[in-house]
Design a binder for this molecule. Sequence first.
Ligand code: ADP
Length: 480
Amino acid sequence: MKIVHAASELYPYMKTGGLADAVGALVTTFAGNGHQVSAFLPGYRDALSHPAAAGAERKFKLKIEMGDQFVSGDVVAFSPQKNLTIYLICRDEYFDRKRPYGNGERDYEDNAERFIFFCKAVVETMRLADLGADIVHGHDWQAALLPLLLREAERRFGVTLAMKTVFTIHNIAYQGLFPAGSFAKTNLPDEMFTMDGLEYYGQVNFLKGGILFADRLTTVSPRYAKEIQSPEFGCGLEGVVQTRVDDLSGILNGIDTAVWNPATDPLIPSRYSAADLSGKLGCRRELLRQSGLDPAYTGPVFGMICRLTEQKGIDLLLANADFFKTRDCRLIVLGAGDKRMEQQLQKLAADAPAKVFVCSKLDEPMSHLIEAGGDFFVMPSLFEPCGLNQMYSQAYGTVPIVSRVGGLVDTVRDADEDREGGTGLMCEPNAASLRDALERALILYADKPRLAAVQRRGMARDFSWAASAAAYEALYQEAL
Ligand code: ADP
């Protein structure tokens, strides 16, 4: 098949979260399976300076209609592997910035314009490059206008650019909600700015466009596909999602086992496998050392890695600060984002400097070390479309402690409830239930044979992309 993907993040060219990993793995897997794959990403500063993009040719010049004016841009194209072409949509005014969505404090003011331009440029490049796509697959609000803009361009130019469109919701909490005035820049017909279109309580909602107009709709776990039909998790779009249930499916993300495998990981000091876990000890020592904690400590080490945002349940962790201060354990948190959460975590570390370490930055090597060197991984998300770290944790023999939401339900089984098959510990997304799970972790840690059995069962699970990619392929075929 000829498959086009478009997203605002794509590993290894731009990543702020799981979206980049998912799209990166999908495009490389499809290309490896022999499909002709084109992947579109904004030409951010970091993406353009990636070694693979350096020296790549500027292949197309663009003139994109944005409201009542035309805006220029160009397209850098390169092929990092057979069957895969990466297209970077460039316009320095929009994308030559340090970060993709905001300055760290606030979202950029011109995000509507930036991503309308991106979607339009994808459509225009598909036309110029004559890609003749079977499937155009967009991800999240930044690419959500694609199905609409594509059909509009086809109508205008009298051509077929894509047979079918697929849209994936990686997180329904991010919708691309903008003032009504932004709609003019789409140049879509006025009847698209109604309740049955992009209008959402007087504003423009990009995500709604993807949900309503893609031929097939997916989200990143079966559980989340159900959850987003409810007011509790639908973030106001549950009614819109309900209109598409017949075309909606949940396909679990996989993990990139070339990057996340303790037997081959170059970012950890000693490698190990389920057959011989001894290398994990060296990782623990190095993790404790790098965290400024006593490397000889032998009690339970809890790790956590996440964007600091309400979703990730940082407040539930903070509500259990006394657990980490008073119980015999260590806590190592890697996370950047919300300043208030950062400060409160740093305060916890300052209150218990021999027990708690908080690292407030993006640090890929450190994230591998935490997965490898920890005993438990804490992930008490309030909602979690899929989640990756609970899968990494199981692959690294680090027992995940997760809340019963979204993809966490689809990927972890509680070891106290399922004595034969459990791979983690589960709680409800509240502080008291998390406390109970943390206490159960101490009990599990004290029972070494049982702990080892839980670890090995987690390590035996197959979270590779093969299954997920096969499910998407089947979906594409069925749509076509
Ligand atoms: P989300 O996409 O909501 O952020 P996921 O669990 O799907 O959550 O993916 C998060 C990804 O980002 C994981 O690969 C995780 O290891 C990584 N990550 C998050 N915060 C950091 C950080 N501070 N340093 C390094 N990696 C991080």
